[in-house]
Design a binder for this molecule. Structure first.
Ligand SMILES: *Cc1c(COP(=O)(O)O)cnc(C)c1O
Length: 388
């Protein structure tokens, strides 16, 4: 076996802050510490930095700066889009998909407890929503359609524009959780037909706890965080100035060379997928074979448990995931994999490897050299084996 390495393949969970981003943020913790709402030069400096970041974020997604509102991350942006629409909407029905991130599913569940009705659109075996199902689901009372741009567990990219067009035909606003899409492929709010769009800095080389909600001008969304007049009175709370500066710098860098970056990652992804499927029997690819994120490898191994795979990989220096970081502590099988029709025992045996800027071909070689042994060992001791 090869010498032990240290390999991080969990970029869908979080990414390291880029050195240039950290450098841009640093002064706003120390000498430029001013509160943007105050009235002196130090404060204006901070205010200008926030507005510069807003301009960068807006440019990256084809929006006007006045349509970008900073939040404390992707979860807050999704909550704001959904609960904020409910606050202002005139109906009580929401359409979303069965494979959304918990940042969308759980606010929907919370609204259900308050009497709202939610339709969770099914997906096919590759994790794709059929736009025709969205058409069927929309009713007179529908106030929002929310479908994610790209899935964090299986990497499937959704036919967002078709779904948005259907929502608009019925006069319903369209929200998309684009947290995994930013930096992975070009994102443009007009091309996507998004009225609301959530993004998160730590998924593209920025800091944790900084995100944004794009709100198309004229979209009715209630205020979600009440307090001071920050963010034009729509999201109260002293701005996370260093985080916002980091978001602005990171989104610039992440969208500068999307094509070259994703081509490099896709080559490594494809080598991993082919190597795993060729070398390990009773294995299948989760998600869509083509319409998938360039950095996502998600595979299901029969007769083994995802958590045991992670433990053995961790001992070999490899950081990976079974799917969503939020579900990995629970014994429930992933709602995404079960929505794709995987039987529970296969959903339990899934492994997600997500690639990023620091990965190399040597990392791929290392994973491919150790993984067959890991799966083989687990299958040798598996009580599930032979039942089939
Ligand atoms: C990570 C993630 C979120 C949550 O973003 P945070 O900034 O971590 O709160 C939401 N949606 C998707 C698809 C994600 O991958």
């Amino acid at each position: 076996m090869e010498r032990r390495r240290s390999v991080y393949m969990d970029y869908a969970a979080t990414t390291p802050v880029r050195p240039e981003v950290l450098e841009a943020m640093a002064p706003y913790f120390s000498e430029r510490f001013g509160n943007p709402s105050s009235l002196y030069a130090l404060a204006r400096e901070a205010k200008e930095a926030v507005e510069e970041a807003r301009g960068r974020a807006a440019a990256a997604i084809g929006a006007d700066p006045g349509e970008v509102f900073f939040t404390a991350g992707g979860t807050e942006a999704d909550n704001w889009a959904i609960k904020g629409t409910a606050l202002r909407g005139k109906g009580d029905h929401i359409v979303t998909s069965a494979i959304e991130h918990h940042a969308v599913i759980h606010p929907c569940r919370a609204l259900e407890k308050q009497g709202y009705r939610v339709t969770y659109l099914p997906v096919d075996e590759f994790g794709r929503v059929d736009p025709a199902d969205a058409e069927d689901a929309i009713a007179d009372e529908t106030i929002l359609v929310s479908v994610m741009a790209a899935n964090n567990e299986i990497g499937t990219i959704q036919p967002i524009r078709a779904i948005a067009d259907i929502a608009h035909d019925h006069g319903v606003p369209f929200h998309t959780d684009a947290v995994q899409a930013i930096g992975a492929y070009p994102v443009d709010v007009d091309d996507m037909g998004a009225d609301l769009l959530a993004l998160s800095a730590h998924k593209f080389g920025g800091p944790k706890g900084a995100g944004a909600l794009y709100i198309r001008r004229g979209t009715r969304v209630g205020t979600f965080m009440d307090g001071g007049a920050q963010e034009r009175g729509r999201r109260a709370g002293t701005e996370n100035v260093p985080g916002i500066v980091g978001l602005g710098r990171a989104i610039d860098l992440a969208t500068a060379d999307i094509e070259g970056h994703s081509r490099r990652l896709a080559a490594m992804r494809d080598r991993l997928i082919r190597g795993i499927l060729d070398d390990i029997p009773d294995t299948r690819l989760n998600g869509h074979p083509v319409e998938r994120l360039a950095n996502n490898v998600s595979v299901a191994f029969r007769y083994v448990e995802g958590e045991s795979i992670l433990l053995l990989l961790d001992a070999l220096g490899i950081a990976a995931s079974t799917g969503s970081a939020c579900t990995s502590a629970s014994l429930e099988p992933s709602h995404v994999l079960t929505a794709c029709g995987l039987p529970h025992e296969e959903a339990h045996g899934s492994l997600r490897l997500t690639l990023g800027s620091r990965n190399t071909e040597e990392d791929v070689d290392y994973v491919l050299s150790v993984l067959p042994g890991v799966i083989g060992r687990l299958r040798d001791i598996s009580p599930l084996r032979g039942e089939a």
